[in-house]
Design a protein around this ligand. Structure first.
Ligand code: SF4
Ligand code: SF4
Length: 220
């Protein structure tokens, strides 16, 4: 899922200051699952902004804020507000701005990464959407996202006791995980091969990416 967290309240208040009626707009997707932008968080944030900024705050939560089709449900509500405070990830915020070109749209969240829930209130990053997935080679452990140096031929010399030298208290060495996983699978032979340099233009380093499926061209 996309993992996000709420911005500091002072920053949110500064963003919406000066408006009279704001729509706090949540999303029922990833940010609901990671407890940062669902119906419950919309309700809590709206109450705080109402009290702190002495303004009217309307509330709504879309099934998904990254999809234009779900905005019909809040079109009237959005039109009568003079700004939207979006509790979606950055994709949802930009979709709201695209659909309401004359209206200020502000992010209430900081979008952090794509990752998994590791326990109560804990998430970790495990995919950078690199565009050329290598999980099939590395035992379904991603060295691109989970190795601090994105090494494809690791480990580096800093791995110790299964932890990464960048932060031995917090970050597991991805290459230790790759090693352990391949060993468990009886595929240690994989580590004998040198991974070839990859085409990083498929990552964001090649500029903003687009995906256009030819098999769906008739539907456009
Ligand atoms: S190899 Fe690329 S697509 Fe696959 S999990 Fe890692 S970052 Fe994501
Ligand atoms: S210690 Fe492991 S995870 Fe950290 S940079 Fe080196 S190989 Fe990557």
């Amino acid at each position: 899922m996309i993992v996000a967290e709420q911005k500091p309240m002072e920053e949110i208040v500064a963003l919406v200051a000066g408006h009279k009626r704001v729509l706090a707009l949540g999303c029922g997707g990833c940010v609901t699952v990671c407890l940062s932008g669902g119906q419950r968080e919309v309700s809590t944030l709206a109450s705080i902004v109402r009290l702190g900024c002495r303004m009217t705050v309307e509330e709504a939560t879309l099934e998904r804020q990254c999809d234009a089709e779900f905005f019909d449900a809040v079109r009237e509500q959005a039109e009568r507000c003079d700004a939207i405070l979006s509790l979606a990830c950055g994709v949802g915020v930009q979709m709201a701005a695209r659909l309401f070109p004359g209206k200020p749209v502000y992010p209430a969240l900081n979008t952090r990464f794509m990752g998994t829930n590791d326990g109560a209130g804990q998430w970790s990053e495990n995919c950078l959407a690199c565009g050329d997935c290598s999980l099939g080679v590395f035992g379904a452990v991603c060295p691109v996202a989970r190795c601090s140096k994105s090494l494809l031929n690791g480990p580096c010399g800093g791995s110790a006791n299964g932890m990464c030298e960048v932060d031995p208290e917090r970050i597991e060495c991805a290459w230790q995980l790759v090693h352990d996983r391949l060993k468990a699978l009886g595929r240690m032979d994989v580590l004998d091969a040198i991974a070839e340099p990859r085409d990083w233009s498929k990552t964001h380093s090649g500029g903003p990416r687009r995906l256009s499926r030819e098999d769906m061209a008739d539907l456009r």
